[in-house]
Design a protein around this ligand. Structure first.
Ligand SMILES: NC(=O)c1ccc[n+]([C@@H]2O[C@H](COP(=O)([O-])OP(=O)(O)OC[C@H]3O[C@@H](n4cnc5c(N)ncnc54)[C@H](O)[C@@H]3O)[C@@H](O)[C@H]2O)c1
Ligand SMILES: [Zn+2]
Ligand SMILES: [Zn+2]
Length: 381
């Protein structure tokens, strides 16, 4: 089958790889109809991880079941399903607590697994024609048949639940003010979720005009961090108090305000400044324990200069980690079906699989309005 294969930094190619097959009675094979490119893929794409040549990317996958293992009980051939990017077993201690991003079964020696991701276990990615889904009864979320809401539903694999998770971590509640750093897909979904949860005022910080425009389109207040200190701009608009809650949807590749260099702790520190005393910070943005491309020796070991003194002084609380997609994807699916959520506003491009190499280049540079790309492997090139 055809798949998006990582070759070397800044290069992916469409290659022929082995078709997946049922390896365990609780596997299903899914013919992929939609699979999205994620900001997390870019960390591998840019050569910032230990990802090796030959890995098939793709952890945001939706498709139709084509083959069912003999132990699968709740699914049948022809079912349309979307899979959380987290591969999880459903029966370990963490899965039972709802913390499926930290499954103890699927990736021995590490908490958590994912498709097509370095260090996240032996699960081939779904930017391909077919995908093997393990623990299928647990990992498949059924969707209405047909192709309605396709570009909304594919976002249930990661960024809609991940943005929502940012709000959960920060405990965003009705009537509150919220600052979201990053207007990438995750930040936009964080802002959208905050508004769905009844936030009174949501600020979104970035510098990319098309992304800030999308934030404004959904009713958030755009803040350009190159136009002056973002925390100060937001404090000015919240009576000098700062916001109740804050979300980091940028992660360790954050840029300095003059765009001169990478400053891995800059968003964490900006949040400490932006959020009021006793406010909460949700950090779905990715931080890594080692990063060969980091700008200094400490950061190369995942150690950042975070204003812990100020955090203590303000009594803020921080929550972070991979999103437990399974905790929210059913409820968010039903908001989509009921017409109460339309997350696909974030999707800028829908392309056949063959155009993935070009889409990676443009999304990586954040140019030409490439905000969120959905690939359709069944679409002719
Ligand atoms: N926790 C999870 O489960 C999970 C899931 C998906 C993605 N992620 C992570 O979330 C982060 C965002 O993902 P994405 O797909 O939206 O990526 P993205 O790279 O498209 O978006 C990041 C945005 O941050 C902006 N930015 C850079 N420096 C900034 C600064 N100093 N202040 C404000 N904005 C700044 C960039 O311009 C960009 O628009 C990544 O780190 C990704 O790995 C985490
Ligand atoms: Zn993703
Ligand atoms: Zn588990």
């Amino acid at each position: 089958m055809k798949a998006v294969v990582y070759e070397e930094p800044y290069t992916v190619k469409i290659e022929d790889v082995a078709d997946p097959r049922i390896e365990h009675p609780n596997d299903v094979l899914v013919r992929v109809t939609s699979t999205a490119i994620c900001g997390s893929d870019l960390h591998m794409y840019e050569g910032r991880t230990a990802a090796e040549a030959g890995i098939v990317f793709g952890h945001e996958n939706l498709g139709v079941i084509e083959e069912v293992g003999s132990g699968v009980t709740s699914l049948k051939i022809g079912d349309r399903v979307v899979m959380p990017f987290n591969v999880a077993c459903g029966f370990c201690k963490n899965c039972l607590a709802g913390d499926t991003a930290f499954c103890l079964t699927v990736n021995p020696g590490f908490a958590g697994g994912a498709y097509g991701y370095v260090a996240m276990g032996p699960y081939t990615g779904g930017q391909a024609e077919m995908l093997r889904v393990p623990y299928a009864d647990f990992n498949c979320l059924k969707l209405p048949e047909g192709d309605a809401f396709e570009s909304d539903f594919v976002l249930l694999a990661d960024i809609f639940p991940t943005g929502y998770h940012g709000c959960e971590l920060a405990e965003v509640s009705p009537g509150e003010t919220v600052a979201v750093y990053g207007a990438g897909p995750v930040g936009l979904m964080g802002a959208y979720s905050a508004l769905l949860r009844g936030a009174a005022k949501v600020f979104v910080v970035d510098r990319v005009p098309e992304r800030l425009a999308k934030a404004e389109e959904i009713g958030a207040i755009p803040i350009d961090f190159t136009a002056g200190d973002a925390a100060e701009q937001i404090r000015e608009q919240t009576n000098g108090d700062g916001t109740d809650k804050g979300i980091d949807a940028v992660g360790y590749q954050a840029r300095s305000h003059d765009l001169g260099h990478e400053e891995p702790a800059t968003v964490l520190n900006a949040l400490v400044e932006t959020v009021r005393a006793t406010g909460r910070l949700g950090v779905p943005g990715l931080y890594v324990p080692s990063d060969p491309g980091a700008p200094n020796e400490n950061a190369r070991h995942g150690q950042l200069l975070v204003s812990i003194g100020k955090l203590f002084e303000k009594g803020q609380r921080v929550g972070t980690g991979q999103a437990n997609v399974k905790k929210y994807n059913r409820q968010l699916r039903d908001l989509i079906i009921a017409g109460r959520a339309k997350p696909s506003f974030v999707v800028s491009h829908e392309l056949p699989l063959d155009q993935a190499p070009m889409a990676y280049q443009k999304f990586d540079k954040r140019i030409d309005g490439y905000t969120k790309v959905v690939l359709h492997p069944q679409l002719a090139a």
